[in-house]
Design a protein around this ligand. Structure first.
Ligand code: PEP
Ligand code: MN
Length: 337
């Protein structure tokens, strides 16, 4: 349920409404917009005396929210959420680019990649220390050692780091080093993990499950937000379809659909969406044109030798080309990079 206050409603009137619904046992989420204030109500709505609330001073109307997610919904909060990471605003005017290897492999590899992507204009550094591999015999990541390498590279390059956390019991450890906690596609519906990252104060990059609907993605965001952490970025990273030529199918529709349904920033991962480096530039441009707030791109100094996802990793000079090619696309949709 949302309570829409009149344009001329006073703070006292708004406070009276909040006090009343809070007394009745509901949680509220207040969104102060440029024109009017909206009070989102969370709880068993059948118990709310809708008529009485509608008659309170300053209330314009009370509207049920039919969608199963609330905090993530644009009905609850019409304005875009902007998440600030190291001074970079995700969800603002700029398209924020996160780049780096799939896996952290060594200090030299991370440092070389970080310097190159920073030079090309990337805003954040990505790298996996805990890797969710389809085969248990594939490289599983460097673990804490990898996190320490990333922290050292941050120290020297100033780039903040995005890295995956795979289990609730790892959250404290990963949060000690990371600036952004990534939830991978395979864990999008790991509710214990979503609850655990929801209790931290770190921004979360929530990747869409490869077989999940957009609504399921939003429900997962709701888990994180309902624990108090509202800094959630949603990431479209390709879904499973019958098409085999590419690793996944980039659901470009998801970008404008999410922009309609939610106020949360939307990031696109063209590397995992295609699985082929030759397709990453074109799909990055499509994502920016469609309104993505950010991109996350795999870059490796020597893709042929990468411990994971070499086939979809760009060499640094190709990443630099990509950055130059997305600038005019961003400008065409009134953004910058
Ligand atoms: C990754 O970012 O390296 C990764 C494993 O992503 P996803 O969970 O989307 O497969
Ligand atoms: Mn990868």
């Amino acid at each position: 349920m949302i309570i829409i206050m009149k344009m001329q409603a006073t703070d006292t009137e708004t406070d009276a409404v909040i006090t009343r619904v809070t007394k009745e046992g509901f949680k509220t989420h207040v969104s102060v917009g440029e024109e009017r204030t909206i009070i989102g109500i969370i709880g068993d709505e059948r118990l709310l005396d809708r008529g009485a609330i509608s008659r309170m001073k300053g209330v314009d109307r009370v509207v049920p929210v039919l969608r199963p997610y609330k905090l993530a919904s644009r009905d609850f909060k019409p304005e875009n959420t902007v998440i600030t990471i190291n001074g970079h605003q995700v969800g603002g005017d700029k398209v924020i680019v996160m780049a780096g290897p799939c896996s952290v492999e060594s200090l030299d590899q991370m440092m070389e990649t970080a310097i190159a992507v920073r030079e090309a204009g990337a805003h954040l550094l990505r790298g996996g220390a805990f890797k969710p591999r389809t085969s248990p015999y594939s490289f599983q990541g460097m673990g804490e050692e990898g996190l320490k390498i990333m922290a050292q590279v941050r120290e020297e390059t100033g780039l903040h780091i995005v890295t995956e956390v795979m289990a609730p019991e790892q959250v404290d450890l990963v949060a000690k080093y990371a600036d952004v906690l990534q939830i991978g596609t395979r864990n999008m519906q790991n509710y214990a993990l979503l609850n655990a990252v929801g209790k931290t104060n770190k921004p979360v990059l929530l990747k869409r499950g490869m077989m999940s609907t957009i609504e399921e993605l939003l429900m997962s965001a709701e888990y994180i937000m309902s624990n108090g952490n509202h800094q959630v970025m949603l990431c479209e990273r390709g879904i499973r379809t019958f098409e085999k030529y590419t690793r996944n199918t980039l659901d470009i529709n998801a970008v404008p659909v999410l922009k309609e349904l939610t106020h949360l920033p939307v990031v696109v991962d063209p590397s995992h969406a295609t699985g082929r480096w030759t397709l990453v530039k074109a799909t990055s441009k499509a994502a920016v044109a469609a309104g993505a707030d950010g991109l996350i791109i795999e870059v490796h100094p020597n893709p042929a030798e990468a411990a994971s996802d070499g086939e979809q990793s760009l060499k640094p000079h190709r990443f630099a080309e990509l950055m130059n090619e997305i600038r005019p696309i961003a400008a065409a949709v009134d953004r910058s990079v």
